[in-house]
Ligand binder design. Structure first.
Ligand SMILES: C[S@@+](CC[C@H](N)C(=O)[O-])C[C@H]1O[C@@H](n2cnc3c(N)ncnc32)[C@H](O)[C@@H]1O
Length: 247
């Protein structure tokens, strides 16, 4: 599909989350998708691999897996597609001539009987939206044949013991869909508990790097001073590669 006037008009009518490059144009998403991609350490090649992208939203990472040669990609989501529709995903899929298969399903309904299993499962930016995080990891583990990649918000990082912070209401970034912020050790231990013998922390970004944004939010009244200090020293983002046992 050419990036002509109609293409630009249709694209600008969509409320984008991801920044997806299509025909020399990038969709105007609010998420810094290209930076997130660098932190994930995805395999350079997905040649011959089946991939499940859980919480796909506009589908950037599904299309990226396909671009890297995946033999089959399923993009799964529920919440955002139900609330806001699937316009971004559908537009990008058509424009890219993609074969990625969208499936609307809740994380807790994931099971091999309904979905089959996949060589690689992506669980990016979803764990902290889960009311029952360990159960959610159990579900995604049940359909992972080789590698599960988890990217998540981290909290309580200054605690050594595995811990999670509970966010009642909209305490975390004024978003009531955020439930739990685990620390690194909690994510590693939960992944081990759900059956992965090998778990690697492949990247960590402390929120200290977002100090300026923290001050700005505080100044704007979006967050209080003490929670800003807490967030800066305890929170961050991390990516984990969990490898299944070799059959
Ligand atoms: C922060 S976005 C992350 C989007 C994308 N994976 C990324 O990393 O850019 C969280 C996504 O998880 C989805 N999600 C949240 N709860 C879900 C659930 N219970 N079942 C399926 N998807 C869910 C949301 O709809 C949304 O698309």
């Amino acid at each position: 599909m050419k990036a002509d006037r109609q293409f630009m008009q249709e694209m600008s009518d969509i409320e984008w989350y991801h920044r997806i490059p299509i025909n020399g144009v990038t969709t105007p998403g609010k998420n810094l998708t290209h930076l997130k991609l660098k932190t994930l350490h995805l395999p350079e090649s997905f040649e011959g691999l089946s991939v499940l992208d859980v919480g796909a939203w506009d589908g950037f990472f599904s299309f990226e897996a396909e671009r890297r040669g995946a033999s089959r990609v399923v993009a799964l989501d529920s919440f955002i597609w139900r609330e806001r529709g699937r316009k971004g995903f559908d537009f990008a899929k058509k424009a890219l001539g993609s074969k990625v298969e969208p499936i609307e399903m809740e994380v807790l309904d994931i099971c091999p009987e309904r979905l089959g299993s996949f060589d690689v499962v992506l669980f990016l930016g979803v764990l902290y939206h889960m009311k029952h995080p360990l159960l959610a990891l159990e579900k995604v583990a049940s359909v992972t044949k080789k590698l599960l990649i988890v990217e998540t918000l981290l909290d309580a990082e200054r605690m050594k013991r595995p811990a999670m912070i509970y966010y009642p209401g909209d305490q975390q970034h004024k978003d009531s869909t955020n439930w739990w912020g685990p620390n690194t050790n909690a994510v590693v231990d939960m992944l081990t508990t759900v059956g992965f013998p090998e778990v690697e922390v492949v990247s960590k970004m402390p929120f200290r790097t977002r100090l300026a944004k923290g001050f700005y939010d505080c100044w704007k009244g979006r967050t209080g001073y003490s929670s800003m200090v807490y967030e800066v020293f305890n929170q961050g983002r991390g990516t984990f590669h969990a490898r299944a046992a070799v059959e």
